[in-house]
Write a protein that binds this ligand. Structure first.
Ligand SMILES: [Zn+2]
Length: 177
């Protein structure tokens, strides 16, 4: 993406959300239903890399990254339960709950797989028209532990598939604030 002999500018925006999950086939307590206050550090670079900035001197305005990426997280992962699509037992259980919001993951919802999903599927989709590329996602599961997904130098950055959507079942007539 960029010439390794020149300066590379990037931005990092911190984003937060809360979600529940369990780790399918985990040998210890992570197999129980539980949740985390997650933090995402999203690093973006300009589509052409290097030191390219706009007339104001920005790669992109921070507020646009927040709007797109936090918007997606709020809609699909925040206050949702993340379940691996092969975890039939958890899927059967969540379907008994109402109101509920859950998101079926193509892989086990470890911090690693969540970081990779955000980097490879969500970010290319939500940032597509902004002229920036997500280079790295650090997904903090606790204040001490994060998983890091970094785009390979030759990796294509166009999303091949749109992200999945949260399932929301809610028969209440909620008044949206
Ligand atoms: Zn956990």
């Amino acid at each position: 993406m960029h010439d390794p002999t020149i300066t590379q500018l990037s931005l990092v925006r911190q984003l937060k959300f809360c979600a529940g999950h369990r780790l399918y086939r985990h040998e210890s307590r992570c197999a129980f239903f539980h949740g985390h206050n997650y933090r995402v550090d999203l690093e973006v670079v300009g589509a052409h890399g290097g030191v390219e900035v706009d007339d104001v001197g920005r790669i992109i305005d921070f507020s646009l990254i927040k709007q797109r990426m936090l918007g997606w997280l709020d809609d699909h992962w925040d206050h949702a339960f993340l379940i691996y699509e092969e975890d039939e037992n958890a899927l059967a259980a969540i379907k008994l709950v109402e109101p509920v919001k859950y998101f079926v993951m193509p892989e086990n919802p470890t911090a690693e797989n969540m970081a990779r999903y955000l980097l490879e599927v969500v970010a290319p989709h939500v940032l597509a028209d902004l002229g920036v590329v997500a280079r790295q996602i650090c997904l903090w599961e606790t204040a001490e532990s994060c998983a890091v997904a970094t785009l390979g130098r030759q990796q294509r950055t166009i999303a091949s598939e749109p992200p999945r959507e949260a399932v929301i079942l809610d028969s209440r007539n909620m008044v949206q604030a």
